[in-house]
Write a protein that binds this ligand. Sequence first.
Ligand SMILES: C[S@@+](CC[C@H](N)C(=O)[O-])C[C@H]1O[C@@H](n2cnc3c(N)ncnc32)[C@H](O)[C@@H]1O
Length: 255
Amino acid sequence: MTTPSRARSFNGAAARYADHRPSYPPALLDALEELCGRPLAGARVADVGAGTGIATALLHARGARVTGVEPGAGMAAEFRRRNPGVPVVRGDGNRLPFATGSLDLLTYAQSWHWTDPAQAVPEVLRVLRPGGALAVWSNDPDTSVAWIADQEARIEERFGPGWYINERTRPRPGLDFTTRLLRWSRRVSVDTHLAKLSTHSLFLIGRPGTEAFLAEERVRLTGLFPDGWVDERYAVELNVAVRGPDGGRPTRPGA
Ligand SMILES: C[S@@+](CC[C@H](N)C(=O)[O-])C[C@H]1O[C@@H](n2cnc3c(N)ncnc32)[C@H](O)[C@@H]1O
């Protein structure tokens, strides 16, 4: 469930989040440029729910004129520490701090699901220029890999179904997206993997059993990967909708 306490939970763990959450693969930025039909260089972009700036930094590195938008004080402070020179404003996807028709691209990297679509969609339509694009992406553990599927099953068994909130759990009223699925991986220590796991909102809100669960996972994974390293596999789902030249609702690129 996307409760206000879960939406705010990242702020108390911002440094851990920035240290251990994965970034995104270069192929994501390539696909974003392709589906938006323009290079990121020079584009006026807002990265909403920017957190500590993981996605914002990638957009900035491609030459986008990007501003991070982040409601949480802890995450915004960590953003500023880690990304000097990249602008960030305190703001909310439900009420964007931008002028009407002022942006080429809005990005929501694992953050769309924290907004209320009834408010967020009209805000997208307001701030995008005609022909501008909305991009929403998730970065989910790849459950086609056996040990990852097993871990997901253990989490669900302990904490209940639907523990993992992502973009697919949220409605997108009236938006016609084109989707790309990108698989990628990173090799990290078991310690880093568990630290990353602990930055998911389920584990940040202090549900009873959290500490015990993470300790049990350490034992299990150390048995499974005796050298202490794991290949974390991910599946990024990128969804892009382009606003019509007449200013209509975002639709499929090229439609
Ligand atoms: C999973 S983090 C993603 C952070 C970053 N985009 C990244 O790729 O690492 C979700 C972020 O959404 C923010 N958030 C929560 N509610 C929000 C809202 N209503 N509008 C925009 N962002 C929100 C949280 O504070 C948090 O920083």
